[in-house]
Design a protein around this ligand. Structure first.
Ligand SMILES: [Zn+2]
Length: 317
């Protein structure tokens, strides 16, 4: 009998990645979508289209798992709120199951990513780990005593919305907060700080690019930093330090063995991670700060998709 296969869909604040995944975690067909700032109906249509696209290549799939950037009520599969997508009070699990005619499970995207890391990735040998995904926003998951921790109703572990600057800027998307870690240390922040740095330092590689009327994004800042531009490197270092201040609180509260960093911003590698490590080493409480390793997630950009597939396998087991 061929191995069973499911579909895993990982939706972030900017894009969707999905695939057909077998029990050996091999991905057979992939699908990509970029959110278009659509309304709720169109957003749900995009989820359905993405599933149908890969399902056409693998009609044998038996379930679908979704990781979505939203506060998901775990028991009911209802999406109660989202900073980045129009998914407030959506019966996501039931709507998708009805439209697709397949069993469906849904969780927060970062929870799904952490599940993949905990079972088969960088956190497979630890019981206490935190995953922080730096993308459009900051997604996060907590592994406590070997289990995913979701809070009372499933909404918990939104580390990105811890306040790290009392008088900081308004947070992103629909968050009512100010000075949240997300607005100060997400991937999109690298792009915004890159624009400011380009204007302030017109002689830098970043400044010359802006003067030529070309886009400055987080990806561009990272590329120029890899090429050695000191201004771009300082943008990454400052975002990394802010990330570190947020992690000080996380390390002090949870005493994790491991902090895994994921998301698109991790293309910056140690230029972003080392400054965060330095702040934790300097500011978190001993001995916790000496017991925690801060490192990139093993599955990179595929962690959420693989975790969503694992949730689907759990559902039909
Ligand atoms: Zn916030």
């Amino acid at each position: 009998m061929p191995p069973r296969r499911v579909i895993g869909i990982d939706a972030g604040g900017t894009k969707l990645l999905g695939g057909v995944v077998d029990q050996g975690l091999v991905v057979h067909h992939r699908v990509h979508r970029i959110w278009r700032g659509s309304d709720r109906a169109e957003t749900l249509d995009i989820f359905v289209e993405a599933v149908e696209e890969v399902r056409a290549a693998a009609p044998d799939v038996t379930a679908v798992g979704f990781g979505i950037p939203a506060l998901v009520e775990w028991e009911t599969g209802v999406s109660r709120w989202s900073t980045h997508l129009p998914l407030e009070d959506v019966r996501f699990r039931d709507v998708m199951s009805e439209r697709l005619g397949l069993p469906v499970v849904v969780d927060n995207d970062a929870n799904a990513a952490l599940l993949a890391e905990a079972r088969f990735g960088a956190a497979r040998d630890v019981s206490h780990a935190v995953l922080v995904a730096l993308g459009t926003g900051i997604g996060s998951g907590l592994l406590l005593d070997g289990k995913l921790y979701r809070g009372a109703r499933g909404f918990g572990s939104e580390i990105g919305h811890m306040v790290v600057d009392l008088h900081g800027p308004e947070c992103q998307g629909a968050c009512p907060g100010r000075g949240c870690m997300e607005v100060l240390a997400s991937g999109s922040r690298i792009g915004r700080d890159g624009i400011d740095a380009a204007l302030a330092q017109p002689d830098s590689a970043l400044g010359r690019r802006a003067a030529a009327g070309r886009d400055i994004t987080g990806g561009i800042v990272t590329e120029l930093a890899h090429q050695g531009d000191p201004v771009a490197r300082e943008v990454l270092a400052e975002v990394g330090r802010r990330l570190g201040y947020g992690l000080v609180g996380v390390v002090n509260v949870f005493n994790p063995e491991l902090v895994l960093l994921g998301g698109g911003a991790l293309a910056a590698g140690d230029m972003l991670i080392d400054p965060a490590r330095e702040i934790v080493a300097e500011r978190a409480l001993p001995p916790m700060r000496d017991l925690v390793a801060i490192m990139p997630a093993h599955f990179g950009a595929e962690a959420g998709m693989l975790g969503a597939a694992l949730l689907a396998f759990d559902l039909i087991a």
